[in-house]
Design a protein around this ligand. Structure first.
Ligand SMILES: Nc1ncnc2c1ncn2[C@@H]1O[C@H](COP(=O)(O)OP(=O)(O)OP(=O)(O)O)[C@@H](O)[C@H]1O
Length: 587
């Protein structure tokens, strides 16, 4: 027996520290004498097939075991991780429809900044090649729901918890601030705007599992009915119609798909001519994309695809519907705003030698605050293809416009006064009444009418500019947040990794030690006098912004025990974070 063997005999009952720290020992078969029983060399397929509950519920007997088993699990399943990633449908070629709408939904498209980040750090890659994509033949992730598509994030059945964001306190409870002071709410997007945007995003992503609607209609899938009315009227188009939110298989974007039931399109030209509507690009007309016939519902239906505006309401739903959550009162200022916008819509349509044809309270939708759009265009161009000449239809458009304005205005009167004489009874300006009268005269001209309402158009432009300014202000307040979140994620990956406790690079004399001190500098400062933690969000945001920009400013980093002291610039720290993160992602 050699001397070395005699000396290492004691080691065979001592658990190998590599297992404890890393979950495996790469010297297991290469001479390491310590005990390796707790780490199977290769993951046994039977373990992978175990139900998730069995793996999750087995309590580790000690903290060391917990580290060991967590690390072992991580290693074991690192190749099977995609179910935990909200990622693209890179592997969904087996199904005919892309099931992950998130990636291509227009509101969720990556910004160039995000794409830049993704190029730099492959771990976050939400599109393109997925580093975690399972290789052919790899076992499936036992923690994924049994029937779930690995790339399909199951929709939550719970509404978003908006109250989890603490709202700004009411004015009487707000602390008086000095001019140079601010509070957290002023640093971020306004609460109600954020909630509205979140609801709109949720509406875009909404799906209807187990519905009896067709799985796809032409190049569209995941149909969700938008119309919540129980009865389907044929009032507007002469045929019952319904509207669905759908995703396109071509580009993943979301669209509103209108189905008109039981239509026999006899003329092919009707479908081809209607494509002229694609050239109408106007802020007050719902953008038309295409029309086609399909038997996906088992009958002869004709379909029209438009842009989708989440949570849009019709004028009727907003102003008169008794079921509306909040009826928006009609005022003269609001009617002028509608009048200017609808004039813009009709001008854009008539310039293309087309006619809106359907113009009433059910086919004008409000998409964002006070922004109206014509929503029923192009349908009658197919359904009643050879009906009337375009000049007559355009003349009718103007009269319908006048009738719509009068109908809306009449809702400010008691029910008994809403008849033909309503115009006289209105408590509105003479200018407004003259405009409506002109539209209803039968000889109105749109250009002439535009001149009549020019002063009101200026007011509308002004309010739109103010709204744009407000939105830009909100955008600026949120601009850096996405960058900071990614930076925080990187710091989260880097800091507090017990497995590197004994690594010289992370020790107090190592290269990476400044990162620990920087973390303490940003988050763990203590008030010298009171000894209490300093919770200062603006300090955190300032530091992170400087770090992200990599400015040359130097800071003094001191350890908690005040034994170590390092002067480092944000640029040096920035480079160090980048390098460390890359090293981690390469491991
Ligand atoms: N492009 C769109 N994007 C999002 N929502 C829309 C769009 N167009 C209409 N809506 C909304 O869809 C709902 C139903 O619209 P609409 O009444 O036109 O459908 P419909 O069932 O075909 O109507 P009808 O059968 O009475 O003619 C309304 O709440 C409307 O605000």
């Amino acid at each position: 027996m050699s001397k070395a063997q005699v000396t290492l005999d004691w080691a065979k009952d001592t658990p190998c520290r590599n297992i404890t720290i890393h979950g495996f020992c790469k010297f297991q078969d290469k001479g390491c004498m310590f005990k390796h029983e707790s780490s199977p060399k290769t993951p046994a397929p039977t373990v992978l097939a175990r139900p998730a509950s069995a793996a999750v519920l087995t309590p580790p007997s000690s903290a060391a075991q917990l580290v060991s088993s967590a690390a072992a699990l991580k290693k074991k399943f690192s190749a099977d991780a995609p179910a935990f990633l909200p990622t693209t449908s890179a592997n969904s070629s087996t199904t005919s429809f892309v099931k992950s709408p998130k990636v291509d939904a227009p509101l969720l498209q990556l910004t160039s900044e995000e794409k830049r980040f993704n190029i730099e750090s492959p771990i976050f890659t939400p599109g393109g090649s997925n580093p975690y994509a399972p290789k052919p033949g790899t076992p499936v992730n036992p923690y994924a729901p049994a029937s779930a598509d690995m790339y399909f994030q199951a929709p939550t059945t719970y509404p978003l918890q908006y109250h989890l964001y603490a709202p700004a306190p009411p004015p009487h409870l707000q602390l008086p601030l000095q001019p140079y002071e601010t509070n957290a709410h002023a640093m971020f997007i306004a609460g109600d705007l954020r909630e509205h945007a979140q609801k709109r995003n949720a509406a875009i992503l909404q799906v209807l599992p187990h519905s009896n609607l067709p799985e796809g209609v032409n190049a569209y899938h995941s149909l969700v009915p938008i119309d919540t009315h129980a009865e389907r009227s044929a009032r507007n188009f002469g045929h019952p119609s319904a509207l669905y939110k759908v995703f396109s298989t071509t580009n993943g974007n979301v669209y509103a798909l209108r189905r008109v039931e039981g239509v026999n399109v006899t003329s092919e030209r009707a479908i081809s001519d209607v494509q002229a509507w694609r050239s109408v690009v106007c802020a007050n007309v719902v953008q038309f994309h295409e029309a086609f016939t399909s038997r996906a519902f088992g009958d002869n239906s004709v379909f029209f695809a438009y842009d989708y505006y989440p949570l849009a309401t019709t004028l009727r739903e907003a102003h008169v519907s008794p079921v509306a959550a909040k009826v928006v009162p009609i005022t003269e200022a609001l009617l002028w705003s509608y009048c200017v916008q609808l004039t813009n819509a009709l001008t854009a349509i008539h310039e293309k030698n087309l006619a809106a044809r359907v113009l009433d309270m059910d086919k004008v939708i409000i998409t964002t605050r006070n922004r109206v759009r014509l929503a029923g265009c192009a349908v009658l161009d197919v359904l009643r293809y050879e009906e009337e000449d375009i000049a007559t239809l355009q003349k009718q458009d103007i009269e319908k416009f006048g009738a719509l304005m009068l109908e809306l205005a009449a809702y400010t009167l008691p029910v008994t006064l809403r008849g033909v004489e309503a115009l006289e009874g209105l408590a509105f300006s003479q200018e407004f009444k003259d405009c409506v009268r002109y539209l209803l005269s039968g000889s109105a001209n749109l250009h002439e009418f535009t001149r009549m309402i020019a002063p009101r158009a200026l007011a509308a432009v002004d309010s739109l500019a103010c709204a744009a300014d407000f939105m830009e202000g909100q955008l600026l307040s949120e601009l850096e947040n996405a960058r900071l979140v990614r930076l925080l994620a990187k710091l989260g990956f880097i800091n507090e990794r017990p497995e590197y406790d004994n690594d010289p690079a992370w020790s107090e004399t190592g290269d990476r030690y400044p990162l620990r001190l920087f973390r303490d500098y940003v988050f763990h400062q203590i008030d010298e006098r009171s000894g209490r933690p300093v919770i200062d969000l603006s300090h955190v945001i300032t530091c992170l912004n400087k770090l992200d920009a990599g400015v040359d400013e130097k800071i003094l980093l001191v350890s908690n025990d005040e034994q170590s002291c390092i002067i480092a610039s944000y640029k040096e720290l920035h480079d160090l974070i980048d390098k460390t993160f890359r090293d981690l992602s390469r491991n």
